[in-house]
Every structure is written in structure tokens, then in C-alpha cells.
Design a protein around this ligand. Structure first.
Ligand SMILES: CSCCC(=O)C(=O)COP(=O)(O)O
Ligand SMILES: [Mg+2]
Length: 232
């Protein structure tokens, strides 16, 4: 089947897990108390803090909300409120050039080649859409945001839920069998396949030192870099 669009995950797929875990998450964890104290009253921030408070029995003190959020960072919770707040915090880091976002060179090259060939590219990540734009806007390969036609986060639903991919397919407007989804997580690929998308497991040896072969691939095509993703 022809591929007419590509949907890609970020962490573990275009970019290393260690950048997210060792740079982005600790930055957000450290900055959270000051960020909440400085901006906690802004409606766009308050709404997410209140969502966390409600989910935790109606906590009143911001200091406790911060502790809950820091616990979620430690657990790598993919919670929409946490992801939205992290995105706002990382904006400062990118602006101050405290870091640039890691992107595997093969991913940057293939994304550029596919875009040049006229293939629409989309992102689906647990990171919030603003965080995704910052990420690709300040990548090691420069500003890659012009390559993308659309951005999706967990406001479309969880990444292991087939309905999320149906929602994205409807938004993209291309039939599911003509969209290729790339991810490092087989459960995400399972959900995308259930929704009718084509799938490829990106199995990066830097992130997953033991190659996932046989049953561990759940029958998804497997490659180790974007250079081996076939789109024709
Ligand atoms: C683009 S924001 C940084 C990554 C992040 O917070 C995250 O949760 C990434 O999850 P993914 O769905 O891209 O594996
Ligand atoms: Mg991932």
C-alpha cells in the first residue's frame, strides 16, 4: 500500500530517551517550584494546577501540587496537565539556550527528504503540542518545524488507545492504511495498527541495547534507523 503521510513519535523514535530523561525532565523538576510561584495565577497555568489538585482530592496548597507533579515526573507519567506545564517550563530553557533538543541525524535527514518529496509529516507525542513545536524548533539540526503539517498530543487520547489514532486519521484526512506510524513502543504501534495504520518499530540500539526481535516486535516491521524506513 502506498504511503501518503507519516506520523511520528518523538522520544525514542526521532530523539533519544536519555535527552528527555536526563535533560528535559530534571530541568522541569528543578524549575517547577519557582514557575508555579511566579505564574501559578495565570489562567493558562492555573487550569492545569487545578486539574492536578482535583485529581488528588482537592489539594489547596501549591507546594503540595508541585510535589505531586515532581512525583509524576519521577514516574514518567504521561499526564496531559503535567505535559502542558512541562512545555511552558521548557520554553524558558530553549529561549535561554540552556539546551537544544536531541534529534538523531538519520531522523533529521529522512524527515527533510520526505518533506522535500512532498510527503506530509505529522507528530504524535505525549509531549504537549507547544512542547513539540519548541522541541523541533530548537533541535540539534536547527528549526525543523516547517517540515510538519500537523501536531497531535494526548488531547487526542492516550497513545496506547486505538481511538486516538482514529481521531488523528480523521483530522489528517488521509485513509488510515495510507498513513505510516513510527514509534519505539510496540503498544503504541499495536493501537495504531488496530486503527488501520501501517506501522514500523524504530528500535534504536542507543535507547534499547537489546534488539527487540521475534515476538517482542508484535509482528511490526522493525528498523534501527530512519534510513531503513521504506516509504515507496
Ligand atoms: C516533545 S516533549 C518531550 C518529550 C516528552 O515529554 C514525552 O513525554 C515524550 O513522549 P513520546 O510520546 O514522544 O514518546
Ligand atoms: Mg516514544
Amino acid at each position: 500500500m502506498t504511503i501518503r503521510a507519516i506520523l511520528t513519535d518523538i522520544e525514542g523514535t526521532t530523539s533519544s530517551i536519555s535527552f528527555v530523561k536526563d535533560v528535559l525532565f530534571p530541568y522541569a523538576r528543578r524549575a517547577l517550584p519557582r514557575f508555579v510561584a511566579a505564574r501559578g495565577k495565570e489562567p493558562g497555568v492555573r487550569k492545569w494546577l487545578d486539574a492536578v489538585a482535583t485529581e488528588n482530592g482537592g489539594i489547596c496548597q501549591d507546594e503540595v501540587i508541585v510535589e505531586v507533579l515532581q512525583g509524576w515526573i519521577d514516574e514518567d507519567r504521561k499526564h496531559t496537565a503535567l505535559k502542558a506545564l512541562q512545555g511552558m517550563i521548557w520554553a524558558d530553557g530553549y529561549r535561554n539556550v540552556d539546551f537544544t533538543a536531541h534529534i538523531y541525524p538519520d531522523a533529521a535527514k529522512s524527515l527533510q527528504d520526505w518533506h522535500a518529496a512532498g510527503l506530509p509529516l505529522y507528530v504524535y507525542s505525549s509531549g504537549s503540542v507547544p512542547a513539540q513545536r519548541l522541541f523541533f524548533g530548537h533541535s540539534d539540526a536547527g528549526d525543523l518545524t516547517p517540515l510538519f503539517s500537523g501536531w497531535y498530543d494526548t488531547e487526542m487520547g492516550g497513545k496506547r488507545d486505538a481511538q486516538s489514532y482514529r481521531n488523528i486519521v480523521e483530522s489528517i484526512g488521509i485513509p488510515a492504511p495510507e498513513i505510516l506510524f513510527l514509534s519505539d513502543v510496540v503498544e503504541e504501534l499495536d493501537a495504531a495498527r488496530e486503527a488501520g495504520l501501517q506501522t514500523v518499530l524504530i528500535d534504536r540500539l542507543d535507547d534499547y541495547p537489546t534488539p527487540r526481535t521475534g515476538d517482542a516486535t508484535h509482528g511490526h516491521a522493525r528498523v534501527e534507523t530512519f534510513a531503513d524506513v521504506s516509504v515507496s
